[in-house]
Ligand binder design. Structure first.
Ligand SMILES: Cc1cn([C@H]2C[C@H](O)[C@@H](COP(=O)(O)OP(=O)(O)O[C@H]3O[C@@H](C)C(=O)[C@@H](O)[C@H]3O)O2)c(=O)[nH]c1=O
Length: 185
């Protein structure tokens, strides 16, 4: 398993070691000990989530406000997606910048997103199934987010804007500025 920190402090890309044989493959999709050794983070996941979406579906950019901010370990079970996160931690060297990464069931990449980031993804394949662990429970009253097309973020979602499919909730999200001051580095 290769765990590499991005230029965003605390944001890690994980490439599991895959063992292939005549039966198929095996890999450890999470190891608390290896994860802590490589990152210094003691992740205590309390909820596992899974969703399926069609091409063009964009979920995001979501976060939960304190005291329910969530760290997330995300991966793709089928298909290909573009995953995007935004650093909302005031004082971070990458504050208000975004990071994006293509991830697929084939490449088996994972992304560990610490608390204090907004998170979203768009489906690039015909369908995709997405799986993620979070370290705090769902708290709908603390649910928040940023519009996917916030002009100061200017994220390249790789698909034509007209082909994107969003929930009504996601169409009404606020701006990057509205999220200022919600997290500290
Ligand atoms: C996120 C969540 C939703 N729900 C319910 C609420 C709602 O009726 C239905 C769908 O919820 P949403 O529209 O918020 O689902 P979705 O847009 O998939 O929300 C997710 O998006 C990605 C980008 C994330 O990062 C996640 O943390 C989460 O916010 O599921 C739960 O019961 N538990 C949960 O943990």
């Amino acid at each position: 398993m290769i765990i590499e920190e991005t230029r965003f402090p605390g944001l890690f890309v994980i490439q599991p070691k895959v063992f292939e044989d005549e039966r198929g493959y095996f890999f450890e999709s999470f190891s608390a000990a290896n994860f802590e050794k490589a990152t210094g983070v003691k992740a205590d996941f309390v909820q596992h989530n899974q969703s399926k979406s069609s091409k063009g579906v964009l979920r995001g950019l979501h976060f939960q406000r304190e005291p329910y901010a969530q760290a997330k370990l995300v991966r793709v079970l089928s298909g290909t997606i573009l995953d995007v996160v935004v650093d909302l931690r005031e004082g971070s060297p990458t504050y208000q910048q975004h990071f994006s990464i293509e991830m697929s069931a084939e490449d088996k990449k994972q992304l560990f997103v610490p608390r204090g980031f907004a998170h979203g993804f768009v489906i690039l394949s015909e369908t995709a199934e997405f799986f993620y662990c979070v370290d705090r429970p769902y708290a709908p009253n603390f649910d928040d987010g940023i519009r996917f097309d916030d002009s100061s973020l200017n994220i390249d979602w790789k698909l034509d804007k007209l082909s994107l499919i969003l929930s009504e909730k996601d169409k009404g999200l606020g701006t990057l500025n509205d999220a200022a001051g919600k997290f500290k580095f």
